[in-house]
Design a protein around this ligand. Sequence first.
Ligand code: SAM
Ligand code: SF4
Length: 432
Amino acid sequence: MADQTYCLYTFGCQMNEHDSEVIAGLVEAAGYCRVEDPDQAGLVVINTCCVRGSAEQKIFGLLGRLARPGGRRLIAVGGCMAQREGMAAFLRRRFPAVRLIFGTHALPRLPELLAKAVAGEVVVAVEEGAGRPEGLPVHRTGGVRAWVPVIYGCNNFCTYCAVPLVRGRERSRPPEAVVREVADLARQGYREVTLLGQNVNSYGRDLGRDTNLASLLEELNRCEGILRLRFLTSHPRDLDDGLIEAVADLDKVCEHFHLPAQSGSDRILRLMHRGYTREWYLERVRAIRKCMPGATVTTDLIVGFPGETDQDFADTLSLVEEAAFDGAFTFVYNTRPGTPAASIDDQVPPEVKKERITALVEATGRVALARNQAVVGKVVEVLVEARAPSFFGRTRGNRPVRLDGPGLAVGELRAVRIVRAGPQILEGEALK
Ligand code: SAM
Ligand code: SF4
């Protein structure tokens, strides 16, 4: 085991995946080399998620295996779960071998915190912070695709969600900083950029200047070398016509909206504090598809929110049909300490949640398959992303495609005829 080696685990969403790229950048700038085997690593960093209890249980299981008392390896736990109130003290009690705990706000200070832990101190840094400085080193792992956060935090306080508790209020990056980073990515050979935010379409609101996501996309659309732009995650309440028109007008911005609905029942949406109705949501989907008939819409859905009745759940199932989602992430509601929904007594029994999630997975899979099958026989634009073992890419609508064909090269856009479709992936032949 060499002391200057590190191993990194990541749990959670795309924002966490990107934070891990920053953690890797910072740790490598401090002189560490990455290894995949934790037994070969002098330092193990676990970047955590607290959106669901199941993620936390997995992290505890991993710590049980890795953080053995008396071990020489330095174990660091960072990110959302580490930031959660009371968690640092819990981790210190249950896993005394964890010697460095850093929350989401302390991430930029990782080199200094790491140096203290290496010198033998037990370090806990879970303060509320002022924000993320520009120019931190990033070790990217996305091939020709790069993730660029444009807004940190969330102001929405959906009643089930722990994110605002651990990521703080919304803080947008200045547009000039984003434009500089994207231009630099283009020079390094990246071809697709995804702008990230928990609620990306409130980008710019806190800056007090005349900038929003649509104007940022317009500026980035001029960046030479970048072939495609995407953005995640849109909040249905904040999806205005200006953004929909910008996506339609700007040639590099892909026609895909990840638009979490969470529920199809107005009563549950109110209890969730989502700020829109089912009809508002469906009207937004219609507006997207009217403007861009080929656009894809994907979503997040939760079953078993406290008090969810059979009728509420039936409303979610019918929303899946009406909105004709191209894909969905489905979640079983999970009580998160400190959130308003945690104090609602009327929990849905586990067996009912299980039945509902099974029915929802079936419905979303069936609808997505039908949407994918409608693409068979069509010629679509694919960005070739990888060759492992066969060529792989994505359509503008973010549909994954396994590819075959003459002269394929990673990083190029190709016209591809779709020949087969499953619920998750398409197969296609690249044209000459
Ligand atoms: N900011 C995004 C949004 O507003 O939709 C996504 C945030 S969260 C990291 C991703 C998804 O996790 C949410 O859309 C929601 O469906 C799910 N989620 C969040 N809290 C949950 C909870 N307590 N139980 C089950 N699913 C949850
Ligand atoms: Fe959580 Fe709601 Fe914010 Fe998304 S918008 S991060 S679900 S509070």
